[in-house]
Ligand binder design. Structure first.
Ligand code: IPE
Ligand code: IPE
Ligand code: MG
Length: 246
């Protein structure tokens, strides 16, 4: 699914925009370390930048943005860092909800909400519910998300449907499986951006990335600017996507 510049605002953006952009917000800890600050300061700066970049994506006409915020593996970090992240999510979501509403953004959480403390779960539910009337960009916040967990959850839910007589084993095919994912009904990922210098997926959107274009940046997430996003969009527009064809 492609979105064309003629449908929206002015240049310098390329002709062809990705419909679905994914961002792995990485490098907060290293950003803080470079400044001799605690890692929590990096996470705060990262959250602030998330706000800027999300607003920008919505304004330039990206249809779906998925940001990797907390992975199923991030629970293995020291308790102090995990606790700090959970309280940052809570403070931050309250504030960000206003932005989402003003920008006509609809928020969806992808991942297992059940792993979070009840007050954070309630807030996540409220953000989803209040923004559900919005008609602009869909923002998927990947929190307690892992691609493998998502796929095994899909398999389990399908097995339950078969057991209950709601589905038959022969119903299973690619589109059926896609319908059991958190991203059901959304386009596959077109462009994956990972700042911080790491060049790996870290369990992000394994299924949805099948034909995504990857753009890696040697910039830590809190330093990632809207101009860097423009650059990723330019690179994306210059790529030839073949999807196995010629
Ligand atoms: C990304 O930054 C934020 C989360 C994973 C929550 P990191 O905390 O991974 O930062 P680095 O990679 O250690 O620099
Ligand atoms: C990926 O970053 C997860 C998020 C950005 C939320 P990590 O920092 O956890 O990934 P690894 O450990 O470097 O692969
Ligand atoms: Mg990291």
């Amino acid at each position: 699914m492609l979105f064309h510049k003629k449908d929206r605002g002015p240049a310098p953006l390329p002709q062809v925009l990705p419909a679905h952009v994914g961002i792995i917000m990485d490098g907060n800890g290293r950003w803080a370390k470079k400044r001799h600050q605690p890692r929590s300061a990096g996470h705060r700066a990262g959250a602030q930048n998330f706000r800027t970049i999300t607003q920008y994506c919505s304004r330039i006409g990206i249809k779906v943005l998925t940001v990797y915020t907390f992975s199923t593996e991030n629970w293995s970090r020291p308790a102090e860092e995990v606790g700090g992240l959970l309280s940052l999510f809570k403070d931050y979501l309250e504030e960000a909800l206003r932005d989402f509403m003003d920008e006509n953004i609809r928020v969806r959480f992808i991942g297992d909400k059940g792993g979070f403390p009840p007050d954070l779960q309630a807030l996540m539910g409220r953000v989803e519910e209040e923004s559900s009337v919005k008609t602009g960009m869909v923002l998927n916040l990947a929190m307690n998300y892992g691609g493998r967990a998502e796929l095994s959850r899909a398999a389990r839910r399908f097995a339950e449907d078969v057991q209950a007589g709601r589905a038959k084993p022969e119903d299973m095919d690619e589109s059926c499986l896609a319908g059991y994912l958190y991203t059901a009904g959304q386009p596959d990922l077109d462009l994956l951006i990972r700042p911080s210098g790491e060049q790996r997926l870290s369990n992000f959107l394994l299924w949805q990335c099948a034909y995504a274009e990857f753009v890696f940046f040697d910039i830590l997430w809190p330093d990632f600017k809207t101009q860097d996003l423009d650059k990723a969009l330019q690179i994306y527009a210059s790529r030839q996507r073949r999807f196995g064809g010629v």
